[in-house]
Design a protein around this ligand. Structure first.
Ligand SMILES: C[S@@+](CC[C@H](N)C(=O)[O-])C[C@H]1O[C@@H](n2cnc3c(N)ncnc32)[C@H](O)[C@@H]1O
Length: 160
């Protein structure tokens, strides 16, 4: 598969999981959402369209998003997510979306030393996570991917 096809598959998969979470009403309107990796702001923009009533807290090192999809300052946490996400431990988050994979195995291996437990600690029981990197953690139960999401492009979990 070419890198272009791989990218398209990742985008389709992200959207399929996000839309499924909305269609299956997996998040209460007052549930807090974490967007882990703002990047250009495309998935942030999609999430806020799907969940207009939910607070979305967004993490990145720095703002690199399009002005139309830049979160309000109060909802933006800048810095190394490895450090900044710690403040959400035990905060009963309803949904965490993480898109911080790099396709460089050695970098992703470092991220995976802290990301799964950070997300597990932030989520409430029954909260859901979608991630471009696998989140192996005893408290995170893998969920079946919805139609339109390709295995290996996105990973989907519920906190036990
Ligand atoms: C692939 S982009 C996210 C793209 C986004 N989902 C979108 O639709 O535009 C990943 C982002 O995560 C950020 N990132 C990755 N690891 C990080 C870390 N440890 N701390 C802070 N930001 C990080 C990068 O700066 C980058 O902007």
């Amino acid at each position: 598969m070419s890198r272009l096809d791989g990218f398209i598959s990742r985008m389709h998969s992200q959207r399929a999981v996000l839309n499924h979470i909305k269609e299956a009403s997996m998040i209460a309107p007052d549930g807090v959402i974490l967007e882990i990796g703002l990047g250009n702001g495309r998935t942030y923009d999609h999430i806020r369209e799907l969940f207009p009533d939910n607070r979305i807290i967004v993490f990145d090192r720095a703002i690199g998003s399009h002005p139309d999809s830049t979160p309000p300052e109060a909802d933006l946490i800048l810095g190394d997510i490895k450090e900044t996400i710690a403040q959400f431990s035990g905060r009963d988050v309803a949904f965490a979306h993480a898109d911080i994979g790099t396709a460089y195995p050695e970098k992703d291996a470092k991220t995976l030393t802290w990301l799964p437990q950070s997300i597990a600690a932030a989520l409430k029981t029954g909260g859901v996570a979608a991630s471009g990197l696998p989140l192996e953690h005893p408290e995170l139960e893998p969920l079946p991917l919805p139609a339109g999401a390709d295995p290996g492009r996105t990973y989907f979990y519920r906190k036990r």
